[in-house]
Design a protein around this ligand. Structure first.
Ligand code: BG6
Ligand code: MG
Length: 221
């Protein structure tokens, strides 16, 4: 069986942490008097912490000093981390484990491709870090999604060509990054938001192992 690289985003794909990012950003936005809705939040998904703050400030047409920005970034991350103190495997989204186990059984390479600088402790606390053959997170890259850097580095670490990689993503920026990288993009979430993805699933409970087997049988175009 051919080897493919299965690259997973973290927040909102493997673990249910996207909601905590939203809550933490909402507090900062509220403090700055900026209306920040779930619709606005879609633009923050997948992008780096620094870029997320810039988007919020642009939304409120607020200019700030570097010192202020640094303060808000720290406050946001401290607040975000307070939600993660007691997380465990129950934070893993439904349907994820059967897919990861199937890939493990098939001995297919698995990688993480996340913008988060908090990725490793989350994988450790949820008990799944050992499943990953490569981990690329916000500490390893300089370009935020939709730049393809995070996925290209993951492919390189797996010793696979980009066209042999499949990316699972819940963000618009992440789907765009996967497409620019020349990988197969699989949207996890609202198909209207993730309309640029090659495949869409509302969540992993809607994906069966036959879908994975089908991807493995795909020959290069
Ligand atoms: C992404 C999230 O995975 O990581 C974004 O979708 C988040 O919402 C980004 O801003 C950076 O995460 P962190 O943990 O480094 O602030
Ligand atoms: Mg995500």
């Amino acid at each position: 069986m051919s080897k493919k690289g299965f690259i997973f985003d973290l927040d909102g794909v493997i673990v249910d942490t996207a909601k905590y990012h939203y809550l933490a950003w909402q507090k900062i936005a509220e403090k700055l008097g900026i209306e920040f809705t779930p619709h606005h939040n879609e633009k923050l998904k997948g992008v780096s912490r620094v870029r997320s703050l810039e988007i919020i400030l642009e939304l409120g047409k607020i200019s700030a000093t570097d010192q202020e920005k640094q303060l808000w970034l720290t406050q946001k991350n401290d607040d975000y981390l307070s939600y993660l103190t007691d997380i465990d495997s129950s934070e893993i989204l439904p349907g994820v484990m059967p897919i990861l186990s199937h890939l493990e059984t098939l001995k297919q390479p698995i990688a993480l491709g996340s913008a988060s600088k908090n990725a490793r402790p989350i994988l450790e606390k949820t008990g799944i870090i050992e499943l990953f053959d490569a981990i690329v997170d916000g500490n390893d890259v300089s370009q935020a999604k939709p730049d393809p850097e995070v996925f290209l580095v993951a492919a390189r670490k797996l010793n696979l060509a980009p066209e042999d990689c499949i990316v699972f993503e819940d963000s618009e920026a992440g789907i765009q990054a996967a497409n620019v990288a020349g990988m197969i993009s699989v949207g996890i979430g609202d198909a209207k938001v993730l309309h640029e993805a090659a495949f869409n699933f509302p969540d992993f409970t809607h994906m069966d192992t036959a879908f994975i087997d089908g991807l493995l049988k795909k020959v290069k175009a």
